[in-house]
Every structure is written in structure tokens, then in C-alpha cells.
Design a protein around this ligand. Structure first.
Ligand code: SF4
Ligand code: SF4
Length: 501
């Protein structure tokens, strides 16, 4: 027997006394973990197929199932983890590149958790957000350094277009194709209600969602899928995707099996064909080339839309950001190492790039040193997990954040890391009709709105605690942060002092 058959990550434990043999788990599990025996008098499990998505646990009417992590399946040591061994078994069996969904499972430092937020005491009193105004409105785009007035004293507004956010939180790029139609619909409706934006990702925009265009950032990636004039004109902003945190340096791949029906129509490619985005844009090999694309997109939309350039956080991110700021782009989005994805080669996802906290700090510092911070807004993403992470990102220099994984969790994702299989049992990261209908777009919309409203209340609370009454005053205010358990090099890069200083 090949080791892969028994080296399962998870084990299904079924209570025989509670199980009524109703068959719900058999029908609910898209991975085929549960099966009836031939005489239908018992159930068996194929543990090697279980991804721990919790669908059977959540839907079993008698709560007869629990899933446990199988720690003894392979003989691990300090040098060889169970994951290392499973990956080798799998590649020895298939000879293929290993793929994974969601963000890395590796234990890289989470700098958010090593940064602590200040609070006002005695001499600089805190502010009560329930009694006093607290401004979370955020503008993204270029800011003017020269204020000019006309003869009557009115401000002359010659600024390029901006995005106006009621809260400094947007929904990150997740393509239609990677995620389901109801998931996209929920994001579009939630953005509209919240006064913020969601991002189409590289799969184009379904025609039914054009009505939410004022709250949509349309993406132009290297494959140019779904890109046409009306698409560009419909979005409130256009994002050129150069890279993404979960797979820096490589392109994207939507399997032909997922490229069906409206997805192929929206992407404007034949049904059943693989949607492969090249690693580079074939017209961008320098900042000058990028400048040309930025300019072309501005021209085609009559200079009415801000242009975002999205990059992955990599070693020389500060220099790259400096180039982008000089390319005419209005906003830089930086996506860190721990960002999620619908599918990425596991080794790339787990080993390429740098954490967003370090990238954000060096980019903000570099743009300030070069006197060009006003040329662009900076949006940070890649493991923004709660409102405290939002506060810390803004204090490190972000104008706003993108959230992807947190938005999926709000819609019902159980973090099984199986997005690349297309079998998402929660209807989020799948195109199989019997699975997508499990996600109710209205419910998911409400959950997204609740999440962002909750975070925004907490942001106001923490700002008030610091004695700050506007996001503007928090931006890049690293004095509001202190580090714990960080080396001198890390503190220097983050530009914060150690706690106690
Ligand atoms: S859903 Fe629960 S009760 Fe129904 S067959 Fe499965 S384990 Fe048994
Ligand atoms: S979106 Fe679905 S497949 Fe992806 S991690 Fe969440 S539950 Fe699993």
C-alpha cells in the first residue's frame, strides 16, 4: 500500500449511538469522505480525502461527527514534519507541482502581534467616540502640495480623481472564477452599503454586477481577461495587477473545468479552456513601460479614474514602490507574504516574498524620504485579521487596507485550504452549481456589512483611546506603536521603539 493512502491529515470520528444514518454527510461532502456500505446499514470514511472543512460537522442533524487532526499518521521528527513527508509522498505519486489554497500555513512572524497600541492618559485626554465626532473617511489618490485659490478665494481643485471610503477598509481582489457568483454579488452589495470598494480580481465583471460599478475596482492583469472599454469605464478605479502576495513572480491559472458558462463569457475566452495569466505583463519590462499602461488606461477613461498598481511585497519593495509613484499611478497596493489565494504552488506560497508589516514600513519611509509620499496612496494587504491590525497598518503608513481572507471567513469560509480543488463545501470558492447555491448572497452581504461596521466601531474606539479623532492623524503615526519581542533590526525597519521606551 502506498503511504499516501493512510497518511491522512484528519480523521473522522462518528458516534454510532448518535448517527441515524440519515445520509446528510454523504450528500454534503463534495470530497466524498463519507460513504454508505453496500447494504446501507453503516457508514465508512475515506479519511485521506478529508480537508477539515467542517461542513459535515456543521450540518449533521444529531451532531454525531467530529474531525480530529491525525498526529500519528506519519513518523515525524524535529527535522521532518508531517507536511514535509506528505508532500513528498504526493509528489512521488504524481510528479506534479503541489498546489494549495488560502494563505501560507508556515509559522512566519506576525509582526501585527508584536506591535502594541498607545492610549492617552491624563495629559492628553482620550476621546469618547460615542459623544464626539470621529472621522474615518479616507481619500485615496494623489494629494496636492500646492494649495491655490481663485480671485474670490475659493480653492482651485486641480487634483486627479480620488476614491472616497467611509472606512479605511476595502475588499481585496478575488476573481469571478476563483470565487462564486454569490460571493461576488455579496461583496459588491456590501461595498455599496458601506461606502467602500471591492475588487474584481482578474476575471472581469459579470454583467449583472455593473450596477455596483461606483463601488468596484476593476482589475487589469497580465492575461487581460474580461478587459474592454465598458469594463474600464464602469469601475470607480482601475487596478493594474503586477503581483500578488501569495504567489509573487508567477502568473495565475484557472483550470478549464472552472472556466464554464458565465465565467468564460465574462473572461471573454472559450469555455473549457485554461485561463493562464502570464507571469509578467508582456508590455511591461520597466517603469517607463508601466507609465505607458497607466497613461493608456487614464486616456481611455478620460482621466476620471484613479489607477492602482498592485505588487507583491518582495525584497526590494521600497525601490519598486518609488518607481511606481513616479509612473503616474495614484495608488500602490502592496500584498504581503501571508496573503490568501484561490490556488498557488505550495512552495511559492510558503517561501516567496516578505511580510506586509515590514514592506509597508519601508515603503512609507522611502516615499517620505524621497518627498513623493503625496504622489500616491498606499493600501496594505496580506493578513489583516481584525480592527487592531487595521490601526497598526495605518500607523505604519497605510492609507487603507484590503481584506480578502477575513471577508471570506465572514461569508462562511472554514479555512480548509482546499480552494484550489474547486470543491468548496461552503459555496464560496467553487463553480459547481450544487455547491454555489449553498452560499446565500443576501446573508453573506449582511455578514460582510456587520464585520466592517464592527471593525469600524472598534477603530473609532481605539483612535479615541489614543486621543486621536481622525484617521488622517493616525496615518504614519508610528509613535502610537511600540514593539515587543523584536530585534533591533526589526524595530529599525518598522520604525518603532521597543515597549518601555
Ligand atoms: S449526517 Fe450525522 S446523522 Fe446523518 S449519516 Fe452523517 S453522521 Fe449520521
Ligand atoms: S473558501 Fe471554501 S475551499 Fe477555500 S478555505 Fe474557505 S472553506 Fe475551504
Amino acid at each position: 500500500m502506498y503511504a499516501l493512502d493512510f497518511a491522512s491529515n484528519f480523521e473522522v470520528v462518528r458516534s454510532e449511538s448518535r448517527c441515524t444514518l440519515c445520509g446528510k454527510c454523504v450528500n454534503e461532502c463534495s470530497y466524498g469522505v463519507h460513504q454508505f456500505t453496500a447494504d446501507k446499514k453503516a457508514l465508512t470514511e475515506n479519511n485521506s480525502k478529508c480537508v477539515n472543512c467542517y461542513r459535515c460537522v456543521a450540518t449533521c442533524p444529531t451532531k454525531a461527527i467530529k474531525i480530529i487532526r491525525n498526529t500519528q499518521a506519519v513518523n515525524i521528527s524535529s527535522n521532518w514534519s508531517a507536511n514535509n513527508m506528505r508532500e513528498i509522498y504526493l509528489q512521488a505519486a504524481t510528479g506534479g507541482v503541489l498546489l494549495s489554497g488560502m494563505g501560507t500555513t508556515k509559522n512566519y512572524p506576525l509582526y501585527w502581534d508584536k506591535l502594541l497600541i498607545n492610549a492617552a492618559q491624563v495629559t492628553n485626554p482620550s476621546i469618547d467616540p460615542l459623544r464626539e465626532p470621529m472621522e474615518t473617511r479616507t481619500y485615496l489618490g494623489k494629494t496636492s502640495v500646492n494649495i491655490r485659490r481663485d480671485a474670490s478665494g475659493r480653492l482651485i481643485n486641480t487634483l486627479p480623481p480620488h476614491l472616497t471610503l467611509n472606512t479605511p477598509i476595502m475588499f481585496a481582489a478575488m476573481s469571478y472564477g476563483a470565487i462564486s457568483y454569490p460571493a461576488h454579488e455579496a461583496l459588491a452589495k456590501a461595498s455599496t452599503d458601506l461606502g467602500t470598494y471591492y475588487n474584481t480580481g482578474e476575471g472581469g465583471l459579470h454583467h449583472d454586477l455593473y450596477q455596483y460599478g461606483d463601488h468596484t475596482i476593476v482589475q487589469v492583469a497580465s492575461g487581460r481577461f474580461g478587459v474592454h472599454r465598458k469594463y474600464l469605464e464602469t469601475g470607480a478605479a482601475i487596478e493594474i495587477k503586477i503581483g500578488q502576495g501569495a504567489k509573487p513572480g508567477i502568473g495565475g491559472h484557472l483550470a478549464g473545468a472552472k472556466n464554464i458558462g458565465d465565467i468564460s463569457k465574462t473572461r471573454m475566452i472559450p469555455e473549457g479552456s485554461d485561463a493562464i495569466s502570464p507571469a509578467p505583463h508582456h508590455d511591461i519590462y520597466s517603469i517607463e513601460d508601466l507609465r505607458q499602461l497607466v497613461y493608456s488606461l487614464k486616456e481611455v477613461t478620460a482621466h476620471k479614474k484613479p489607477i492602482v498598481v498592485k505588487i507583491a511585497a518582495v525584497h526590494n519593495v521600497a525601490s519598486i514602490a518609488s518607481g511606481i509613484a513616479r509612473s503616474g499611478a495614484d495608488i500602490i497596493a502592496i500584498d504581503g507574504l501571508r496573503a490568501g489565494t484561490g490556488a498557488a504552488p505550495t512552495q511559492t506560497r510558503d517561501n516567496v516574498g516578505i511580510p506586509i508589516e515590514l514592506a509597508l514600513a519601508v515603503v512609507d519611509s522611502r516615499l517620505r524620504e524621497e518627498g513623493i509620499r503625496n504622489e500616491v496612496s498606499v493600501v496594505a494587504s496580506g493578513t489583516i485579521r481584525n480592527s487592531a491590525d487595521v490601526i497598526k497598518a495605518i500607523a505604519l503608513g497605510a492609507d487603507a487596507v484590503y481584506i480578502g481572507t477575513a471577508a471570506l471567513i465572514a461569508m462562511g469560509c472554514h479555512m480548509c485550504h482546499g480552494c484550489h480543488t474547486g470543491g468548496c463545501n461552503w459555496g464560496i470558492c467553487t463553480q459547481t452549481p450544487q455547491l454555489t447555491k449553498r452560499l446565500n448572497a443576501n446573508e453573506a452581504h449582511r455578514q460582510l456589512v456587520n464585520l466592517i461596521e464592527g471593525w469600524t466601531h472598534e477603530v473609532k474606539e481605539m483612535m479615541g483611546g489614543m486621543g486621536i479623532n481622525s484617521i488622517e492623524a493616525l496615518r504614519g503615526n508610528r509613535l502610537m506603536l511600540r514593539g515587543v519581542g523584536l530585534t533591533d533590526a526589526e524595530l529599525k525597519i518598522l520604525g518603532v521603539q521597543h515597549a518601555g521606551q
